[in-house]
Write a protein that binds this ligand. Structure first.
Ligand code: GLA
Length: 395
């Protein structure tokens, strides 16, 4: 085939695929922000609790800080009727009314399912009913779907003839639900959850994923959060407006970490341009928790319209520097100290030239909300153990 015809074919293929791409990137132009029921409530989630979380998202100021999605995770699912339509269980008497309530607060509703016959918690999955379920979600007024591999891995994929065949089955399963969502014509964020298998960051966008989990589940300990957060090094090139790496939901406010550790959690997730899905009980927040979740400058780093994920730029033993490019040539820089907590705070030297700034830069300490003035060359910061100094650097 002549090279000109190959170019034409490529252009034609692009023209065919571009409308849905455009819809996707308009959908999650910046990383999705909201709340999800799983980390705090797990199976103890019901209609009244979801309404209370929506109320609290507004009353706490989280909505005004940018949080939008109220996401119901696993255990809402009931039985299918004779026509195969899924119904919620007795904990959710009227999903449409719940969506209307959430929308009336200026928020959006998210839901959860699996491509397998069962969800991770053993409830009804979407296997064989993908298009029908997408239609049901759209009718209810759902705006976000977390699609969790679960039993699809144990059933269909385990029976595949080869790892490559299993991989193709998984891709097909995600593509099928994406097609179903597109058919509804309702903008529904498509959140892939398969724990980072088969380097999902390389193909998640091709099956319509607006985000994809890069890891197995988080929990409310510094050790787990640290393993996941710092383990994201190298993935920045795969994130862009419309599709994001997802290192799992936030644990801020659940009580298992110290303030410095939660600051590390928030700072790292913002530098990673990660979805910010609070996973705590929004009706019972201390003022410290609200301050951590709603810090406008931290959120602005996560939500920067350039849509570039940050990455590790330097590491020496337990000290690490991560940087995220921001609009206008600015950079967010996180200086982390991963030393054990019995040690003293450490001094870490930040080299602005190594970060790409030849001349003096304007430096702001984000968590302290303090301008540090113009600085050139090397700058020493004192970082507490398990903590962070988060800087915004402007040329
Ligand atoms: C998996 C997911 C979690 C949560 C549970 C629900 O473990 O990774 O985030 O959705 O399933 O059963």
């Amino acid at each position: 085939m002549k090279s000109a015809s190959i170019v034409c074919l490529l252009l034609a293929a692009f023209a065919v695929s571009s409308p849905s791409r455009a819809q996707e990137s308009a959908l999650a132009a910046t990383p999705p922000m909201g709340w999800n029921s799983w980390n705090h409530f797990a199976e103890k989630i019901d209609d009244a609790t979801v309404r209370a979380q929506a109320d609290a998202m507004v009353a706490s100021g989280m909505r005004d800080a940018g949080y939008v999605y109220i996401n119901i995770d696993d255990t809402w699912e009931g039985q299918r009727d004779a026509q195969g339509f899924i119904h919620a269980n007795q904990k959710f008497p009227d999903m449409k009314a719940l969506a209307d309530y959430v929308h009336s607060k200026g928020l959006k509703l998210g839901i959860y399912s699996s491509p397998g016959p069962k969800t991770c918690a053993g409830y009804e999955g979407s296997y064989g009913h993908e298009e029908q379920d997408a239609q049901t979600y759209a009718q209810w007024g759902v705006d976000y779907l977390k699609y969790d591999l679960c039993s699809f891995n144990d059933s269909a994929m385990k029976q595949a003839a080869s790892p490559e065949a299993a991989h193709q089955l998984m891709i097909g399963a995600y593509q099928k639900m994406h097609d179903g969502l597109l058919k509804t014509k309702r903008p529904i964020v498509f959140s892939l959850c398969q724990y980072g298998m088969d380097s999902v960051w390389r193909w998640g966008a091709s099956v319509g994923g607006n985000s994809w989990r890069t890891t197995d589940d988080i929990n409310d300990t510094y050790e787990r959060m640290e393993t996941i957060g710092f383990g994201q090094a190298g993935l920045s090139r795969y994130a862009a407006p419309g599709h994001w790496n997802d290192p799992d939901m936030l644990e801020v406010g659940n009580g298992g970490m110290k303030p410095d550790e939660y600051r590390t959690h928030m700072s790292l997730w913002a530098l990673l341009a990660a979805p910010l899905l609070a996973g705590n009980d929004l009706t019972k927040m201390t003022s410290e928790t609200v301050a951590l979740l709603t810090n406008r400058e931290v959120i602005a780093i996560d939500q920067d319209p350039l849509g570039k994920q940050g990455d590790r730029v330097w590491a020496e033993g337990a000290y690490e520097i991560w940087a995220k490019p921001l609009t206008g040539g600015a950079k967010a820089v996180g200086v982390f100290n991963r030393q054990s907590t019995w040690m003293k705070p450490s001094q870490v030297e930040v080299d602005f030239r190594m970060l790409g700034f030849k001349d003096a830069v304007h430096v702001r300490d984000v968590w302290q909300g303090k301008d540090l003035g113009r600085i050139s060359g090397l700058y020493k910061v004192t970082v507490p153990t398990h903590g962070v100094v988060l800087l915004r650097i402007t040329p």
